[in-house]
Design a protein around this ligand. Structure first.
Ligand code: NAD
Ligand code: DAU
Length: 387
């Protein structure tokens, strides 16, 4: 392990944010432009089904912001953007991120999560380390490759097991988590072998604005508004550790500015919920919103509340996800002690804000639900049945 980290970043770094049109990436763009207004922010995103330029609408007018449409697997493009923009900090979010999709079709997960990450690493090494101006194998450069990863690389916990720490052995179980584990190992290898200045954060389940409605919380909110079934996989007792997305962004900021090269930091919410409890909570909060806002009753006439029913009545137990990890929980002690990381949003306030965001931003999710995503969903889950 490497030792103390001097202030490695230039005063006003030029950031390449991969996957910045996705859920966490878009939130991170807004977070960074607000908290570091003098920094350059360049997004590289392939705009897959999960990428949405509308999510970056509020950044487009900012002179520090630029969007580049393209894939992280395109080495020439990555090199050109990094040179033109004098990129000294990569914050790597781009990934195929949905476990269910990785089960039905793993190929894009290998291409983007493994090959794409390796392409970025190769270019960073070439431009930051192989140049004659910077000594090879020195991590005392001012550049930083920050890799955004997941708690899923650690595998699955049983109910009384201690939470994941940074030294928990890797045991990924889905094609998604295996591809993220592979990318983590490549990042570590580029630090260890070549001295690339890297940090990795492994985070638990995020929730908040701009999350694609294939993931549990936005799926439940938008399905209630359309009076569609709320599918609960298996017995509904799988546990996830939920974190408001801005707190994840804050943790990444700390890792970039304060983190030691080559180190890994866990980020989590200390907020474990079974799936069925979280779905019931979202149902009751949506009902509460309808009870107090007659405008909602007009805008969403299909919602169960209008028929005098509870949203919970839509809950439907369906076949379990193959290889479904039982429980995730993050121990963020190291990140708290070394970086001063403390989540700021309580779950009570974060989930209320999130529900309000989806109620207020129907246009954003409607264009997704009306498009090809719905076709894909129908082909995968047309066979939903009682468990
Ligand atoms: P997302 O699916 O919402 O967004 C992914 C983004 O990456 C999209 O904008 C997509 O267009 C882009 N992308 C995909 N392939 C690309 C390619 N080849 N080149 C360029 N761009 C490409 O994902 P998310 O939920 O925002 O997750 C972001 C990162 O955070 C991922 O690396 C994920 O593994 C990690 N993570 C997510 C969570 C979570 O709860 N969502 C938790 C921990 C870690
Ligand atoms: O833990 C971090 C991970 O969290 C990230 O690395 C992933 O990118 C992100 O997608 C998320 O993975 P999960 O598989 O935990 O998230 P998802 O929202 O798909 O599912 C959350 C839980 O809810 C999980 O136990 C499966 C269950 N579920 C999900 C859906 C979509 C259901 O019961 N029904 C559903 O319809």
């Amino acid at each position: 392990m490497t030792t103390a980290n001097p202030s490695l970043l230039t005063p006003h770094p030029s950031l390449l944010i991969t996957g910045g049109a996705g859920f966490i990436g878009a939130n991170f763009v807004y977070y960074w432009l607000k908290n570091h207004p003098q920094d350059r922010v360049v997004v590289l995103d392939a705009l897959t089904y999960a990428g949405n330029l509308a999510s970056l609408h509020g950044a487009q007018a900012n002179e520090q912001f630029r969007f580049v449409h393209g894939s992280i697997t395109d080495q020439d493009l990555v090199e050109e953007v990094m040179q033109t923009e004098k990129i000294d900090t990569i914050v790597h979010f781009a990934a195929e991120s949905h476990v269910d999709r990785s089960i039905h079709g793993p190929d894009p997960f290998i291409d983007t999560n493994i090959v794409g990450t390796h392409t970025l690493l190769k270019v960073a090494k070439k431009l930051w380390l192989d140049s004659p101006l910077t000594p090879h194998a020195s991590h005392l450069t001012h550049q930083r490759f920050h890799h955004v990863s997941t708690d899923e690389v650690y595998g699955s916990l049983e109910p009384g097991d201690p939470a994941f720490t940074e030294t928990t052995p890797y045991a990924p179980s889905s094609p998604y988590s295996a591809s993220k584990a592979a990318s983590d190992h490549l990042v570590q290898a580029y630090h260890h072998t070549y001295g690339l200045n890297t940090t990795i954060t492994n985070c638990s389940n995020n929730y908040g604005p701009y999350q694609f409605p294939e993931k549990l919380i936005p799926l439940v909110i938008t399905n209630i508004l359309e009076s569609k079934d709320l599918p609960i996989y298996g017995d509904g007792l799988n546990v996830r550790d939920w974190l408001y997305v801005d707190d994840h962004c804050r943790g990444i900021d700390l890792a970039i500015h304060e983190g030691t090269p080559g180190e890994v930091y866990n980020i989590g919410g200390n907020n474990e919920w079974t799936n069925i409890d979280i779905v019931k909570l979202v149902c009751s909060l949506v009902d509460e919103n309808f009870a107090s806002d007659s405008g909602l009753q007009q805008r969403f006439p299909n919602a169960p509340f209008i028929r005098g029913e509870k949203s919970e009545s839509l809950i439907t137990y369906v076949k379990d996800r193959p290889g479904h990890d039982r429980r995730y929980a993050i121990d963020a002690t190291k990140t708290r002690n070394e970086l001063g990381y403390v989540p700021q949003e309580t779950f009570e306030t974060g989930i209320r804000k999130t529900i309000k965001w989806y109620l207020d931003n129907e246009e954003w999710w409607r264009q997704i639900m009306d498009g090809s995503y719905q076709d894909w969903l129908d082909t995968q889950y047309g066979d939903a049945c009682e468990a």
